[in-house]
Design a protein around this ligand. Sequence first.
Ligand code: SF4
Length: 393
Amino acid sequence: MTTVDLDLPAGVEPTPLALLLLGRQRDPDSERGVDCPGDLPPASDPTLVARARAAKAALGDRLFVLGHHYQRDEVIEFADVTGDSFKLAQQAAARPDAEFIVFCGVHFMAESADILTGPEQAVILPDLGAGCSMADMATFDQVEECWAVLSDAGVADATVPVSYMNSSAAIKGFTGRHGGTICTSSNAKRAMEWAFGKGEKVLFLPDQHLGRNTAVRELGLTLDDCVVYNPHRPKGGLTPEQLQAATVILWKGHCSVHGRFTAESVADVRARIPGVNVLVHPECTYEVAMAADLVGSTDFIIRTLDAAPAGSSWAIGTELNLVKRLAKLHPDKTVVFLEKTVCFCATMNRIDLPHLVWSLEQLVAGNVPNRITVEPETARYARQALDQMLALP
Ligand code: SF4
């Protein structure tokens, strides 16, 4: 890895593996293809807000800006709609007249928006470096290999894939091709129930924690009913007998943000804040979910805080930008972040005001930057899996 532009004291050499500070500098080796042609304004530019407003005004109804709940406040300010990944994809689909959809979120979300919008609409991701570590944990080749392992064990025909929205278009396409469904953290229970009406086993991709929390906490299965398929081990690290005995085959993937919360942090916050309610996202581990008072999707977390009485105390286990925003929105309640360490989603934070201004000004100038497109065959099957989710009872 080569790092550049590190602002180090004289005589201090960066180590070859130095991590980049969030939102600063770039690594041209690992960030191939994420250059911003033209000038990316510096974050210190005092005219950024005015430039973003002017570009939005110039584009008018041709432009629709979507902002995920985990985005920075400076970006959310310019979003026409905010929401979770599914709501934003639906919103994109509901705006067939918008020529440009600027998606302030991460790559898999922009892919879903492209799948659900018309071919004449361009979906733009302001920084192509905004990926998702969880989605990257299940590649198409790995999942195809897994299906071959399931076939060899004689269980593929009895297995229905259920893939979390937080997966690449290729994985969504795989899911549609094998008769499965997409799910979100709001409807994972219904998706799994539907799958068990169709087959005997579920292959849940790519978040093992959401899969386990849904199967065990919500459907009443046991931990022993679940096995974890590790794509980095031969045959997933499982024997044919283990696959035959399992009811749920969990992919070994996780969210690098929600996976950091621990049961110790739950105990710690309970000791610090008497009477606190611990509310966590189901991408947290099973141990954290079991230690919490409430578990639910981003939307559930927002609604729960809205309905909470004044004077109540809440420790929230989800992305920090959202928790900070909730704390600001509810000054009559105590809202704290569950962990002691900082826990932003690094890739979500790649979308900042300079990248937003850059992409909007490129559009004003007649260029379409960072367009996200999904190859038609993949899009067709992915759409089947997404439509199946929409049709869930
Ligand atoms: S919060 Fe987790 S699942 Fe969401 S984009 Fe970031 S890494 Fe991916």
